[in-house]
Design a protein around this ligand. Structure first.
Ligand SMILES: [Zn+2]
Ligand SMILES: [Zn+2]
Length: 154
């Protein structure tokens, strides 16, 4: 191959690389599943490859949130901590996995790491102040006490 062509070729390639680098600094690549933005297409593709956690509950299921909650409006003479029980009202879209969630609730179980996860919205009435509240929890932060029977539309 003549020396000149080779040189032109490499110059062109350098310019392409420079363009790519410039693009990298301005463009964000989004995971098609959780819409998280990443600086490189590789990272977005890697995120896309992670599975989506299967939903463990349905809208209308009656659940108990594992961690006690504190009522700030409670009578100071009574224990402000209570167990919240309520109904699932909805789910978040798939979210990128959450490190705190993984460590706290999944105990580093390999098959559960790096999955897209859902938040479950639970509506309940505070047994201390009788106010209606809504709490979002991950799948392992609640137990189902009573499943709503599935309807044909679900
Ligand atoms: Zn993702
Ligand atoms: Zn309360």
């Amino acid at each position: 191959m003549p020396f000149g062509v080779c040189k032109i070729g490499s110059v062109v390639r350098l310019e392409e690389m420079a363009m790519k680098i410039r693009k990298k600094t301005t463009k964000t690549y989004h995971c098609g599943v959780c819409k998280t933005g990443y600086p490189t297409p590789q990272e977005a593709e890697n995120c896309e490859k992670y599975p989506v956690e299967q939903r463990v509950a349905n809208i209308g299921d009656y659940v108990r949130i594992s961690e006690k909650r504190e009522c700030l409006m409670a009578d100071p003479k009574i224990d402000p901590y209570y167990v919240a029980e309520g109904v699932i009202t909805g789910f978040s879209p798939p979210l990128p996995f959450d490190m705190e969630y993984e460590l706290k609730w999944l105990g580093g179980k390999r098959e559960r790491l790096n999955s897209h996860v859902h938040l479950y919205y639970v509506r309940y009435t505070c047994p201390r102040c009788n106010e209606e509240r809504e709490q979002s929890v991950f799948a392992l932060e609640f137990t189902i006490l009573k499943s709503k029977e599935k309807t044909a539309s679900e």
